[in-house]
Design a protein around this ligand. Structure first.
Ligand code: FAD
Length: 393
C-alpha cells in the first residue's frame, strides 16, 4: 500500500470542496481533494435545470436557516456574491440574470465546473476521484490518517465537504455526519428541504387531476411567505413557491396559498356582483381554465354573484386568498434540493470553520446546519464557506 502526505485533505469535490481546495492551494498548501464519485461536482452539473443558479445578487443572512442565525455572517460578508461573479467573469463565463436576482450560466453548468477545475489546477490541487475512504483516525503527532481504496494518506488538516443527504443518486452520503459523530460534534436533526410536498388526504387525488399545471401564487408557512410559481404534481405540489415554503414546514402544520396574490379579491367580487358578471369568466382571466373548473367543483358557489350576501363573498374571497392545505409529508431526500440540519454550528468557528474541540478538523458547505432559500443561496454558502476555510488552512 502506498503512503502519501499532504498539508490538507479535503473530502468531497463538490461546490465547497473545490472552492476550498483552490483557495488553500493558492496559499501554497499541498492539497488533496478526494471524492468517491467518478466525477467532481455532480450537483453543480444538474443544478438549475443544467444551468446552475450559482449565486444571487442580493444575499443576506436572512436567506439562511441555521440554529445560530449569526453563524453565516462572517463568511458571507468576507466572500459576497460579487466576489464569485468577479471570479467567473475573469474566466469569461457567460451568465444571465433571472427573476429575484438569480444568476444562471447562459449555456451549461459544466462551464462553471470547468472554471473551478481550472482554478484547482492552477493552485496545484491533486485529485483522487472514485476513491473510497474506509477509516479516518486522528494521530496527535501526524494529524489525520485516512485508509482509502488508494492506500494510506496523511495530512495535518482534514476538511469535510461531503455535502448532505439530498439526491442520493448523485452519491450524496451521510459520511460527514458520521465523522462529526466520531469526533463528538453535536448534530442538528436533518430533514429534506427545498422539496415538493405530498398529500394523502382527498387533496392528493384532487391535485393530481391538475398535474402539470402551474401558476404564480403566494405560499405561506408560519411567518414566511413566497410569491413564486406553484406546480401541481401527480401527488401534490411543487414549484419554487412550494419548495421555498417546504424549508419552513413541519409535519402536522398547514401551508396557506393565495391563488390571486396581486388582487383585492373581496373588492373585485363585489364589483362582479354589482355588474352581474360571471365569477367563472373572471377567474379564467387569471387562472388556467382547468384550475377554474376544478376550483368551482371543490368550492361550489353560484357563479352569478348577484344573489349572494357580502358575508358569502368575504368567505369566498378568503378561500381564494388563504387556501389552507395540510401536506401529509415531503417527497423525501431523493427529490429534495437540500438538507436542513446537519453539523451543529455551535461546534464550529464561524471564521475558520475548524471544529472548536478537534484541532485540524474543518466542516464546510451543506454538511453544516446551514440551509439557504431557493435562488442561488446554497451555492453562495458553499463558495463563501469554502473560501473562508481555505484562507484559514
Ligand atoms: C437537483 C438539485 C438542484 C440544485 N440547484 C441549486 C441551484 O440552482 N442553486 C443553488 O444555490 N443550490 C442548488 N442546489 C443545492 C446545491 O447543489 C448544494 O447546496 C451544494 O452543492 C452544496 O455544496 P457542498 O460542497 O456542501 O456539497 P456537494 O456539492 O453535494 O458536494 C459533496 C461532495 O462530497 C462527495 N462525497 C459524499 N460522500 C462522500 C464520501 N463518503 N467520500 C468521498 N466523497 C464523498 C460527493 O460525491 C460530492 O461530490 C441544488 C441541489 C440539487 C440536489
Amino acid at each position: 500500500m502506498q503512503q502519501t502526505n499532504y498539508d490538507v485533505i479535503i473530502i468531497g469535490a463538490g461546490a465547497s470542496g473545490l472552492m476550498c481546495a483552490a483557495t488553500a492551494g493558492y496559499r501554497g498548501k499541498r492539497v488533496l481533494l478526494i471524492d468517491h464519485a467518478p466525477k467532481a461536482a455532480a450537483k453543480i452539473r444538474i443544478s438549475g435545470g443544467g444551468k446552475c443558479n450559482f449565486t444571487n445578487l442580493d444575499v443576506k443572512p436572512e436567506n439562511y436557516i441555521c440554529q445560530n442565525p449569526h453563524f453565516v455572517k462572517s463568511a458571507l460578508s468576507r466572500y459576497p456574491s460579487s466576489a464569485f461573479i468577479e471570479l467567473v467573469e475573469r474566466h469569461g463565463l457567460e451568465y444571465e440574470e433571472r427573476d429575484l436576482g438569480k444568476l444562471f450560466c447562459k449555456h451549461r453548468a459544466s462551464d462553471l465546473i470547468q472554471i473551478l477545475r481550472t482554478e484547482c489546477d492552477w493552485a496545484g490541487v491533486e485529485f483522487r476521484l472514485y476513491c473510497h475512504i474506509e477509516t479516518v483516525s486522528y494521530l496527535d503527532d501526524q494529524g489525520y490518517q485516512l485508509i482509502t481504496s488508494d492506500g494510506e494518506i496523511f495530512a495535518e488538516k482534514l476538511v469535510v465537504a461531503t455535502g448532505a443527504l439530498s439526491f442520493p443518486k448523485l452519491k450524496a452520503s451521510d459520511f460527514g455526519y458520521q465523522l462529526a459523530k466520531q469526533f463528538d460534534l453535536n448534530m442538528i436533526e436533518t430533514r429534506p428541504g427545498l422539496v415538493p410536498l405530498v398529500f394523502s388526504d382527498k387533496w392528493g387525488a384532487r391535485l393530481s387531476d391538475l398535474t402539470g399545471l402551474s401558476l404564480e401564487a403566494k405560499v405561506s408557512c408560519g411567518t414566511f411567505s413566497f410569491q413564486e410559481a406553484v406546480l401541481f404534481t401527480h401527488n401534490g405540489l411543487s414549484g419554487p413557491g412550494i419548495l421555498q415554503a417546504s424549508n419552513y414546514w413541519q409535519p402536522g402544520e398547514p401551508i396557506t396559498i393565495s391563488l390571486l396574490p396581486n388582487h383585492k379579491v373581496y373588492e373585485e367580487l363585489k364589483k362582479l356582483k354589482k355588474n352581474n358578471q360571471s365569477l367563472q369568466k373572471w377567474l379564467n382571466r387569471f387562472w388556467p381554465k382547468r384550475l377554474t373548473q376544478a376550483w368551482l367543483n371543490w368550492f361550489p358557489i353560484q357563479t352569478q354573484l348577484a344573489n349572494l350576501t357580502d358575508e358569502t363573498l368575504i368567505d369566498y374571497a378568503e378561500q381564494i386568498q388563504n387556501w389552507v392545505l395540510y401536506p401529509s409529508d415531503t417527497a423525501g431526500y431523493h427529490k429534495a434540493e437540500v438538507t436542513l440540519g446537519g453539523v451543529d454550528t455551535d461546534c464550529i468557528s464561524s471564521k475558520t470553520f475548524e471544529a472548536k474541540q478537534q484541532p485540524g478538523l474543518y466542516f464546510i458547505g451543506e454538511a453544516l446546519d446551514v440551509t439557504g432559500q431557493l435562488g442561488g443561496y446554497n451555492f453562495q454558502w458553499a463558495w463563501a464557506s469554502g473560501v473562508a476555510c481555505g484562507q484559514a488552512l
